[in-house]
Design a protein around this ligand. Structure first.
Ligand SMILES: [Zn+2]
Length: 338
């Protein structure tokens, strides 16, 4: 076993440092194998995918893939990233894009990695991944579906979501259906305490979502601005950080330079404490032969770390980005678990 940095090595060798963040001990998160204390999340990747099917809400179906074939494809990549000390992965595949809690459960059992799934709907790409009822139901009706997944489990699986994942189209103002998804996410958050991660892109769109939540008296820190690396004006990161928004720089599986620039800016301007990082890597695609090419979950450890360490990042920065920030963003208090 070869590790590139000592901090993860110590994590692998020691599982008894659970009281180092006692403030967080009262919080938990739902994984696909059940709730865990937040301190056992350890090193976490907050935005990855095991399986995604882009066929659309009208045709998506578990019949389009063989679970055993998906597991055979994905499992080696989970085992690969374990050597870097990763203990928890958030699967960001939403409903109607082949979210499959039972598959995630099997992958978790076989890999030993804690996997977290989500509730919510994906509005981007013009609503291609929304069921028809998402257009006709109210925000409250949609939120009742998501709250039910939190309280009773997803479908008949008994598996509960650990966060809310929505997405919106990049428009100003937001499309009616997208604004409704944000409100439904807010209502679900109020009832469950689940964090809201929204596939967005630029701050011009994300700030509309934050404003909607603030009108509902929800703190901006309940919101994860997903794909925030799409933002080109770095001043907007400062604006988001001041509000307490979580800034998710989550495409590191696909490129490096834009992340180096943004993370250096965040360190220089003292808001690494608002940053989440991940690869947006994976995934088995049922439309492709043998699930297509799989992007591994390792760029952060193999490429980003050495590059930024040469520019002044140290172990405390990585511990904040990969361990402390995910816990603070996604932990929910025990009182909110039903
Ligand atoms: Zn994604």
């Amino acid at each position: 076993m070869v590790l590139s940095f000592g901090w993860a090595q110590s994590k692998l060798n020691s599982t008894s440092k659970l009281n180092s963040t006692s403030k967080l001990n009262s919080t938990s998160v739902n994984t696909v194998t059940g709730p865990i204390p937040i301190d056992s999340m350890s090193i976490s990747l907050i935005h990855e995918h095991m399986l995604v099917d882009f066929i659309g809400a009208d045709s998506v179906s578990p019949a389009r893939y063989n679970q055993d074939e998906v597991i055979a494809k994905v499992l080696p990549y989970l085992l690969e990233v374990k050597k870097y000390g990763v203990k928890t992965i958030f699967d960001c595949t939403p409903s109607y894009l082949a979210k499959d809690p039972n598959l995630l459960n099997k992958l978790s059992e076989q890999s030993g990695i804690q996997i977290i799934t989500n509730t919510g709907f994906y509005g981007a790409v013009g609503g291609k991944y929304l069921p028809d009822f998402a257009f006709s139901e109210t925000a409250e009706e949609l939120s009742n579906r998501w709250i039910s997944e939190f309280e009773n489990g997803i479908g008949d699986t008994g598996i509960k979501p650990g966060f809310i994942k929505i997405s919106v189209n990049e428009e100003n103002p937001l499309r009616e259906v997208d604004a409704k998804l944000v409100m439904a996410a807010g209502l679900t958050h109020q009832k469950t305490g689940l964090q809201i991660a929204s596939h967005t892109g630029t701050w011009a769109t994300a700030k509309q979502e934050v404003a909607t939540l603030q009108e509902m008296r929800i703190d901006a820190s309940a919101f994860v601005w997903v794909h925030a690396h799409a933002e080109q004006d770095f001043q907007n990161y400062l604006e988001a950080a001041k509000l307490g928004v979580w800034i998710s720089l989550d495409g590191i599986g696909w490129s490096l330079d834009e992340y180096v620039d943004r993370l250096l800016f965040a360190k220089e301007n003292d808001f690494l404490v608002n940053i989440l990082i991940s690869h947006d890597s994976g995934w088995y695609d049922p439309a492709k032969v043998d699930g297509g090419d799989f992007q591994p979950f390792t760029n952060i450890f193999e490429k980003l770390m050495p590059t930024l360490n040469a520019k002044g990042f140290d172990e405390s920065d990585w511990q904040m980005l990969l361990e402390e920030n995910p816990k603070r963003a996604f932990g929910i208090s025990n009182g909110q678990i039903q």
